[in-house]
Design a protein around this ligand. Structure first.
Ligand code: FES
Length: 76
């Protein structure tokens, strides 16, 4: 992702963040992953096996895991 890109994001409640217009996206370690599609889903639940991309694992989490809107699962 570079500063001159027109990147737009949309947060899906209890789901990923949709990213449009990025050429790459960083993982938690800062490593950049190339984006090859117009829209990609970035994991917010921190459970994906394909991070930084969403692999659908969030669907197995209890509803409301994103209650604070920060993308962190509720841990008990
Ligand atoms: S948001 Fe979908 S796997 Fe994490």
């Amino acid at each position: 992702m570079s500063a001159d890109e027109d990147v737009r994001t949309t947060v899906c409640p209890d789901g990923p963040m949709l990213v449009r217009g990025a050429s790459s996206w960083p993982d938690d370690n800062g490593e950049l992953h190339p984006v090859r599609r117009p829209v990609v889903a970035v994991c917010r639940c921190e459970r994906s096996q394909l991070a930084p991309w969403c692999d659908g694992t969030h669907k197995a989490l209890p509803r409301g895991w994103d209650t604070e809107g920060k993308g962190r699962p509720v841990k008990k």
